[in-house]
Design a protein around this ligand. Structure first.
Ligand code: FAD
Ligand code: N01
Length: 547
């Protein structure tokens, strides 16, 4: 839609930066990926501009301000390792840091490395076109900027496009609606309110106990029951922090080479290699430690369904011991493969259903019919509410890329190239779209790992690649079609060898109507992935054409 002259003028007057810019690199997004990318580019002497839709840095941690939002990778590991000075001066206070602390950290990084002067906020990239003749990208924004760049780096996030169902009658609802991924910056006071939460993934499971503690009544609408492991969050012992700081360089190296970037190693190879009693002991020990360590008990849990059943049943028994009402416990009992959807990590989630002011509505067989002025209708019954919280997740991994009109004069539109699902080489580059890189892009380990080391690895790989191009006098790099085809096949083959694609999750795009069902990440872990990417670079960027 064309902007009115008045609106365009107001937008132009409001912005403090440039209209036409020519830089070496445009980076889209100022989350942890964009911030580190900018820092590296500066260090190498490249000119760069970061374009960010939000008003501030932090990405995920800027947008997801819902009550209870925190990381579920341990803070001491869910942080940058690229600067020893940074990791020595910053002190995390909790085992799993809350959103405000992580956002403060992102802001500290931006200030410490003086990054803001090259970031344009409140600006959304709408289009990017590669001109084959000129060998440059033209980047357009919703504020009328035109940027020319030799390279574009997409640091636009895997979980940055909030997704909510289009419910009939939504416009008639007279209460407030919120999405966990677009939470108001001033917070929301639910005191005295009847609140609905739709969705019981990681966001819902974090928010539900906190909303229940404040609201007059909370009704949770659950489509699929989820497995969750206690976080046992708490203040970090200063001695633990000191120990980490003393050993940080070696810890970071280990992280970058560990299966999922969390320095966990599988305790045992085979679930049935130990007795049932021993297995129970191992699960109990993992439960008492809390968090993702559960997936590291036995290496075959996501390969062998009968092995998976043992851990699933252990967690279900825990649930039954926590939830007092057997009918509610039955509704909350997950029936899916354990760890197939992303495992949740919680504080007091299941026990919240023991509160008098919390009720659970099962919408697995009768979906929400519609919204009406006073609330939500399911199976002909109206549930009156004052506010609805959509904890319904994201158009993950490809969502942010799909929303930009990315084209190249020879390769056509990215949307067309990806109509049957994303196609990439190493999750870093796309055939037909030269000089374009994706940080933690589709078909890389990204969302199956601690994202911080995965982000750092990609940023370093891209930086080395740009340095190589400059050093060798090359100005263009493009993934070969065969290399991309082979990678797509390899990523699918690996996923199909596991139980992972077998449930409906955002990992396969099942949460977004019409999205092609493709496993979106590389499942074999960081070590083989990193080895492959290192080899590609070491062999002069094998699988790419450099011109
Ligand atoms: P993001 O942080 O998503 O930043 C991308 C930025 O790009 C956003 O600010 C967005 O506004 C901007 N953007 C997108 N498109 C455009 C456009 N067209 N124009 C301009 N700007 C654009 N990972 C873990 O490893 N451990 C955790 O514990 C963990 N917890 C999480 C908790 C929540 C609630 C969520 C949602 C995710 C969590 N993640 C976690 C994943 C998290 O997304 C990553 O860890 C990490 O923060 C991603 O950083 P990023 O810079 O790649 O992307
Ligand atoms: O989103 P989700 P999320 N009608 O997609 C339901 C990261 N993260 O925001 O399972 C009714 O996981 C949907 O039901 P179903 C983490 O990577 C991390 O919670 O599809 N219900 C599900 O219950 C995570 O995986 C943390 O049947 C609908 C829920 O909404 C990712 O972000 C915290 C529906 C969505 O769950 C996304 O998590 C938060 C509909 N039409 C997020 N559509 C940490 O703790 C969807 N649902 C680190």
């Amino acid at each position: 839609m064309a902007k009115s002259a008045g609106a365009a003028e107001a937008a132009a007057a409001a912005k403090s930066s440039f209209d036409v810019v020519d830089v070496d690199v445009v980076v889209v997004g100022a989350g942890f990926a964009g911030l580190y990318m900018l820092h590296r580019l500066r260090g190498m002497g490249f000119s760069a501009r970061v374009i960010e839709a939000g008003k501030g840095v932090g990405g995920t941690w800027y947008w997801n301000r819902y009550p209870g939002a925190r990381c579920d990778g341990e803070s001491l590991l869910y942080s940058y390792g690229f600067s020893n000075a940074l990791q020595q001066e910053w002190t995390w206070t909790e085992r799993y840091a809350g959103q405000p602390e992580i956002l403060a950290y992102a802001n500290h990084v931006a200030d410490r490395f003086d990054l803001r002067r090259d970031i344009q906020f409140e600006t959304r990239v709408t289009a990017a076109t590669f001109d084959d003749a000129g060998g440059t990208w033209q980047v357009e924004t919703d504020r009328g900027d035109r940027l020319t760049a030799r390279y574009v780096v997409m640091a636009s996030g895997c979980l940055s496009m909030a997704a909510a169902p289009k419910l009939p009658g939504a416009e008639t609802f007279t209460g407030q609606t919120y999405h966990t991924g677009q939470w108001p910056h001033d917070g929301v006071d639910f005191t005295g309110k009847r609140v609905a939460v739709i969705g019981t993934g990681s966001s819902g499971i974090q928010a539900i106990p906190r909303i229940a503690a404040q609201a007059k009544h909370l009704t949770v609408f659950q489509r699929t029951a989820q497995y969750t492991i206690p976080a046992w969050n708490g203040p970090l012992d200063p001695r633990t922090v000191e120990e980490f700081k003393a050993r940080y360089p070696e810890i970071r190296t280990a992280q970058k080479n560990s299966f999922n970037g969390n320095n966990t190693t599988f305790k045992h190879a085979e679930t049935f290699g130990v007795t049932a009693e021993e297995r129970q002991r191992i699960y109990e020990e993992a439960w008492q430690k809390g968090g993702f360590v559960f997936l590291a008990t036995f290496a075959d849990l996501l390969f062998d369904k009968s092995a998976n059943d043992t851990v699933a049943e252990f967690v279900r028994a825990k649930l039954r011991s926590i939830v007092e009402d057997p009918q509610v416990a039955e509704l909350l009992t997950p029936k899916t493969i354990f760890g197939c959807k992303r495992l949740c990590v919680d504080t007091d989630y299941w026990s919240t259903y023991n509160r008098d002011n919390v009720s659970l509505v099962d919408i697995s067989s009768s979906p929400i019919e519609r919204l009406v002025p006073e609330g939500i209708v399911v199976a002909g019954k109206t549930y009156p509410v004052d506010a609805i919280v959509f904890a319904t997740g994201f158009d993950a991994v490809t969502g942010a890329l799909d929303r930009i009109d990315i084209r190249s004069t020879s390769g056509g539109r990215l949307k067309a190239h990806w109509q049957d699902g994303p196609r990439t080489y190493l999750g870093l580059a796309i055939h037909g779209f030269p000089n374009l890189f994706t940080i933690t892009g589709p078909q890389s380990p990204s969302v199956l790992t601690n994202m911080m080391p995965s982000i750092e690895y990609h940023v370093d790989w891209i930086s080395d690649c740009l340095a190589h191009l400059r050093h060798t006098g090359k100005r263009r790099i493009q993934a070969r079609k065969e290399a991309e085809d082979d990678w797509v096949t390899e990523v699918s083959r690996l996923a199909d060898g596991t139980l992972r694609p077998q449930c409906n999750s955002w990992y396969v795009g099942a949460n977004v109507p019409g999205k092609p069902r493709v496993y979106l990440a590389y499942v074999a872990g960081i070590p083989p992935y990193k080895k492959r990417c290192d080899e590609v670079a070491g062999r002069g960027y094998e699988g790419f054409v450099l011109a």
